[in-house]
Write a protein that binds this ligand. Structure first.
Ligand SMILES: Nc1nc2c(c(=O)[nH]1)N[C@H]1C(S)=C(S)[C@@H](COP(=O)(O)O)O[C@H]1N2
Ligand SMILES: [Mo]
Length: 525
């Protein structure tokens, strides 16, 4: 405790502490009030989302490569640190020159409000929590800073307060630290309360739980026996919803009430179509296994998942809207402003592209797009798999650009053929003798017809393919390796249904997906 007090002895340190307490008040008041407004409109979420929107592709890629699906936690940590530093600076400035500090706080408040009101689907009224939070933070900062001015030890002060009787430095320093501590604790409680209150007020999760999905008129083709790789430890062929990779720009998962959901289909169409969730429940739904893949998946990465999707074929929706001549793209937009450009012909060519409402027999999990998302076999998610979809505009590639295309990624994204080694893991140490090797390969809409393994510079040897459920799903494989002591490299490559061998040419995920052969180093003892 003594040590801690010593740390906060200097006037600047105490002023910085005041700044941090004030920032905590801004955020927690906004969080608490935010429970009564749109979740995406609280300062941290809104600023973080704005930051994500301005993230250049290389940084997005770096974040995914470094933090994987923890990229959001990393973003929040980075934001926390930035806010901490800014708050310290503002506290110090406010202590020395109040007017300057106050201007700084107002400026930060303006930045927050701008971040909030420019989010898609956010109403102007949603700025209220941030505004009230900023005012509360300003008041707290003023109170704490004037306390500091009264400390005789730090006569850094304007004349109006120096007239008052000075307090005893040590005691008042302690009182000051206690006051900021209490402020911070109160802020923490308020923020937690806000969180709990928002959770209680949102009943979307409960509504999802009690939703019963209709049976499909066209069930998914039966999954043949033996789709799972014979090698123990290979990914389950069907990915449970809770293990399904999640990639999106949404810092807070949109919560859409199914009964309020509506999809507008418009643009270059003969007839504008509007669909409600009830319309989907009443429609002829189909079910199909489709493997989704993220364009950001590095060679050997795990941003892919395979599920059984239930939904309304998009070609049926388009049949009703009747696209006009010249249209070549459908721009799908989510409630939070993400968009994807999907070639019109892909949505009409007979593949199981759908407006999905079910995943593995359950309503879509909230983070996977509840109540409705798009699923399109054969295309990376960024140009096809719009979650929380609310708008389909039939348009032309020449006329509109989707979210990631505006940020340097390609406008189209067919999935590249990819084979992955899952067992043994890279840098594994295994005993000499027979080693079971296995993994997964995919080339959606073309299918996988061959997987080959190469040990060091040896000949390519064919792996045993597991059963294929459909050309739209991934296909697993296994391989018996007679391992000799030493360090070895295992390479893998797949051949797709058109006979084309996966390219050896290395490419980064930007702009249209990674390519190359995965190579795994294994030590045999
Ligand atoms: N609304 C919304 N939908 C989105 C995205 C997004 O950022 N926002 N990301 C897309 C990307 S890049 C991928 S790979 C898939 C991932 O879907 P999943 O999270 O269900 O696995 O969603 C797509 N749909
Ligand atoms: Mo993606």
């Amino acid at each position: 405790m003594k040590k801690l007090m010593r740390l906060f002895r200097g006037p600047a340190a105490l002023a910085a502490l005041a700044g941090v307490a004030a920032a905590a008040v801004v955020l927690s008041v906004a969080e608490l009030l935010g429970a009564f407004f749109t979740a995406r409109a609280t300062p941290l979420i809104a600023l973080g989302s704005t930051f994500i929107d301005f993230t250049p592709p290389w940084l997005k890629d770096f974040a995914i490569a470094t933090f994987g699906t923890n990229d959001k936690a990393a973003l929040f940590a980075g934001m926390g640190l930035t806010i901490f530093v800014l708050a310290c600076v503002l506290g110090v400035v406010a202590h020395r020159r109040w007017a300057l500090g106050a201007t700084g706080v107002l400026f930060m408040g303006a930045v927050i409000v701008a971040g909030v009101v420019t989010r898609a689907g956010v109403r102007p009224l949603d700025a209220v929590p941030s505004l009230v939070g900023t005012v509360a933070g300003m008041v707290v900062l003023r109170l704490l800073v004037s306390r500091l001015w009264r400390l005789r030890a730090f006569p850094a002060s304007p004349a109006d307060v120096s007239a008052k009787a000075p307090e005893r430095p040590a005691a008042s320093r302690r009182a000051f630290v206690a006051a900021t501590g209490i402020t911070a604790a109160a802020a923490g409680i308020a923020a937690t309360g806000g969180r709990l209150l928002s959770a209680a007020r949102s009943n979307v999760a409960q509504a999802r739980e009690s939703l019963r999905l209709p049976a499909p008129v066209l069930p998914a083709a039966a999954v043949p026996a033996g789709v799972q790789s014979a090698t123990p430890g290979v990914t389950p062929w069907l990915t449970p919803g809770k293990d399904f990779y999640r990639i999106d720009t949404a810092l807070s998962v949109p919560e859409i009430k199914a009964e309020e959901w509506e999809l507008r289909v418009h643009g270059l169409v003969e007839e504008e179509v509007r669909l409600t969730f009830q319309d989907l429940l009443d429609a002829d739904l189909v079910e199909s296994h489709v493997t989704l893949t993220c364009v950001s998946n590095p060679v050997g990465g795990n941003l892919a998942g395979n599920a059984r999707w239930l939904g309304l074929p998009l070609r049926e929706v388009l049949k009703r809207a009747r696209p006009t001549a010249g249209a070549d793209m459908v721009l799908s937009t989510s409630i939070d402003g993400f968009s994807a450009s999907t070639p019109l012909e892909v949505l009409q060519d007979g593949r199981d592209a759908m407006l999905a409402i079910g995943m593995n027999g359950e309503p879509l999990p909230l983070e996977h797009g509840y109540p409705v998302r798009m699923v399109v076999p054969g295309l990376y998610g960024f140009v096809s798999a719009t979650k929380w979809v609310v708008d389909l505009e039939v348009t032309r590639f020449a006329d509109s650009k989707a979210y990631w295309t505006q940020r340097g990624w390609s406008e189209r994204g067919p999935i590249k053929t990819m084979a992955r080694v899952e067992v043994p893991k890279s840098f594994a140490v295994v005993p000499a003798g027979r080693v079971a090797v296995g993994g997964t390969a995919w080339a959606q809409t073309r299918g996988i017809t061959k997987v080959e393994v190469q040990i060091d510079d040896g000949d390519w040897a064919e792996a045993v393919l597991s059963a294929e459920a459909s050309v739209d799903t991934w296909r697993q494989w296994s391989f018996d390796w007679d391992a000799t002591p030493g360090s070895h490299y295992l390479k893998v490559r797949a051949t797709d249904g058109t006979g084309e061998v996966q390219t050896e040419k290395r490419a980064d995920p930007v702009p249209d997906g990674a390519s190359g052969w995965q190579s795994v180093m294994v030590t045999v003892e």
